[in-house]
Design a binder for this molecule. Sequence first.
Ligand code: SF4
Length: 350
Amino acid sequence: MFSQDLLAWHDRNARDLPWRGERDPYRIWISEIMLQQTTTQTVKGYYERFLAAFPTVEALADAPEQAVLKLWEGLGYYSRARNMHRAAKRVARELGGRLPDTAEGLRALPGVGEYTAGAVASMAYGRRELAMDGNLVRVLARLTAESGCVGEAAVKRRLRAAGAALIDADRPGDFNQAMMGLGRLVCLPGRPKCEACPVAAHCAAHARGLAGQLPVMPPKAAKRTERRGVALVFRGGRVLVRRRPAGGLLGGLWEFPNFPDATDEASLAECLEELGVSVGAGRRAGAASHVFTHLVWKMEGWIFAANALPEAEDLRAVDAAGLAALPMPTAMRCFRGAAERELAGRPASP
Ligand code: SF4
């Protein structure tokens, strides 16, 4: 039987992860949100630190957003953290501190999609729900030799129905984790290790010699490249930072002022002037690239000295300790290092 073969393999091979065997819905929810788009290895350290700071849904609900974003710093996809914070407030204040115990109830929370709802409902509450991440889609498409494109709604419905027929009634959470593990370790994209697969006997793609050709993926959207100038503006042991608008890309995080296409000294100085900041001659602070899902930033940094720095809610000058305390996106890491050296009186060589 499929689920017996799968779960026997899972029981032999399951890795010892901090959230493995966890039954607390809050902790499972945190791990599942963190694991979206992020590797297990990266999540491990964040998971422990986050739960040490916010051990309960009430603690998370009561925390300031900046504290939540600071602990998320470097994990990327920051809307996950902001949505999770909003969801925690709702759970703590409207639902008596208890996460909903059905996939449908979980889906009503901010930032909880079909995958997370299925994962939490199955792992925390033993509900017979699928957690359809990319691994499950790939494994199910191969098990059923699905020849349609997995980006199509009708194909997704077929795969979901196939998964629902296979899911183990007694151990649905372990079933989902086993399928994900199979996709991550054996049924790999492009080069499945069918010879080592515990469910090869149940696999239609393997039987027909199609495993390497499936699943049929939708075409990838091309990434847009944006050139940006980044301004490190100093005055009296402080550097200018601004907060990005809530809601958009990297919303709520702090950054050094940066502007599209203003990658030379004169254009950047002009942009700063529009912010009310007058600067003298600049010097280079290095270059860096950052790749988002659909976008690449190619950044040129410049260091300036200003006669005065403005103070507003979303635009302020901070010293080294203030800079260290602010949540900043990974995209700014290289320039943050340059700013720290400058504030410490150790400017980078030009
Ligand atoms: Fe994937 Fe091959 Fe196993 Fe089929 S037999 S599930 S294609 S690894």
